[in-house]
Write a protein that binds this ligand. Structure first.
Ligand code: FES
Ligand SMILES: [Fe+2]
Length: 410
């Protein structure tokens, strides 16, 4: 995972003041709760006494009480009570749980994962997410895949023809999203399956905001009128916003550990139905249905592929990309740079560096896997790993960093 970033970990409404909530993120068990003033608290969930999980405990005044022997920990992480020693017990200051910086923004709880700093940077969210006025609903679930593979699956949409073609529920997409009114939507499946080519692709990089914006047309070569225009906006560390004329959604693919990722998915109201649905509640119904459809059908189809991908973790050099994988290549290059920067000693970070521009390393990694469009591959050129590049050593990915080491998560 990329250190020194804000990661959304769950919807803010799930953190309560009457009971602790447990989540596993960034390779750590965490407990979240609200103090008596409603402020968010996020702590390491392991009780230092004998290692019980505080998320299984309960709230007691302004503290969380361990389910095993009732030790209580306040918002500052310090132990406030050891019932078995009585109310006069002298409690050592070292008896405490780690407290992690958290903030509420865009309806989610965000965890700062990285070095301690006097002033933490702002939470990154593309304007498409931060300033989006549309009514929306949010749902989340866990999958047994690494976050790099999960993110990759949302950085392109030309897999849809193959992965999402054969499920009865897709008929809803076929009818409403792809079918033409002239044919009462019945031509939807055919139109969905025949749009296989990506054209007019364009990638913009905003290094300052750690945002990549990729637009393209998904087109039927035989019938260019059958085209869907997409804009995918990726913001580090894990936010993918997808927009077409018909629908709009934001995914956060949050690391749990090397084998699992939490998918927090937000679906926005459908512009086509807005004039028909006056009440906000009604406008939430279709996004809810789409979220459940994603959770139980389309996302499951994606996960079936991802679970069997090799290697489990994606990084520069492991894939043989084509020109339309530009966004994927750029994501991996920037991810690798951010991990390296976080691992650099402080002094090196203070030297002036390029801003708003690609670094030489990024240029090299992003450009390397992309042959010219339509260029035939030279016969016999099937090096392993792809492109003749060696897969970068794990050590080069900043694993020495304290946070990453503590969690053992990449
Ligand atoms: S393990 Fe938590 S109080 Fe004993
Ligand atoms: Fe998919």
């Amino acid at each position: 995972m990329i250190p020194n970033q804000w990661y959304p970990i769950l919807p803010a409404e799930e953190v309560r003041n009457d009971k602790p909530t447990g989540v596993r993120r960034m390779g750590q068990e965490l407990v979240l709760w609200r103090d008596l003033d409603g402020n968010l608290v996020c702590q390491g969930a392991r009780c230092p006494h004998k290692g019980a999980n505080l998320a299984d405990g309960r709230m007691k005044g302004n503290s969380v009480e361990c389910p095993y022997h009732g030790f209580r920990y306040g918002p500052d992480g310090g132990c406030k009570a050891i019932p078995s020693l009585g109310s006069e017990a002298r409690i050592p200051g070292s008896l405490r749980v780690p407290v992690h910086p958290v903030q509420e923004a865009h309806g989610l709880v965000w965890l700062w994962w990285g070095e301690e700093r006097a002033g933490l940077p702002d939470i990154q969210a593309a304007p498409e997410v931060a300033d989006n006025p549309k009514v929306h609903s949010t749902l989340h679930w866990t999958r047994p895949v690494h976050y790099t593979r999960y993110i990759e699956s949302l950085l392109e949409f030309y897999h849809i023809t193959y992965v999402h073609r054969d499920h009865w529920f897709n008929y809803i997409d076929y009818l409403f999203l792809y079918g033409t009114p002239r044919k009462l939507g019945l031509d939807g499946k055919e139109r969905y399956l025949s749009a296989t080519k990506i054209v007019n692709h364009h990638l913009e990089t905003d290094t300052e905001r750690q945002t990549l914006r990729y637009s393209f047309d998904h087109q039927d070569e035989a019938d260019p009128k059958n085209t869907t225009h997409y804009v995918i906006t990726f913001t580090f560390p894990c936010q993918v916003h997808v927009q077409t004329e018909q629908f709009e959604a934001t995914s956060w693919l949050v690391p749990i550990d090397d084998g699992h990722t939490e998918h927090i998915l937000r679906w926005y109201e459908y512009p086509a139905f807005k004039p028909l649905l006056r009440s906000e509640k009604l406008r939430r119904v279709l996004p809810w249905m789409s979220l459940y459809m994603e959770k139980w059908i389309q996302d499951v189809q994606d996960v079936r592929i991802m679970e069997r991908q090799e290697p489990k973790i994606s990084e520069g050099g492991v894939s043989k990309f084509t020109p339309v994988d530009e966004l994927n290549a750029k994501y991996l290059a920037m991810r690798s740079r951010l991990i390296q920067e976080a691992a650099e000693p402080k002094a090196a970070k203070e030297t002036p560096k390029e801003t708003g521009k690609e670094t030489a390393k990024e240029k090299e990694t992003a450009a390397d896997p992309l042959p010219a469009a339509g260029a035939p591959e030279p016969a016999g050129k099937h090096p392993a790993p792809a492109n003749g590049r060696r897969a970068p050593k794990a050590a080069a990915n900043g694993e020495g960093l304290a946070a990453a080491r503590a969690s053992g998560t990449r």
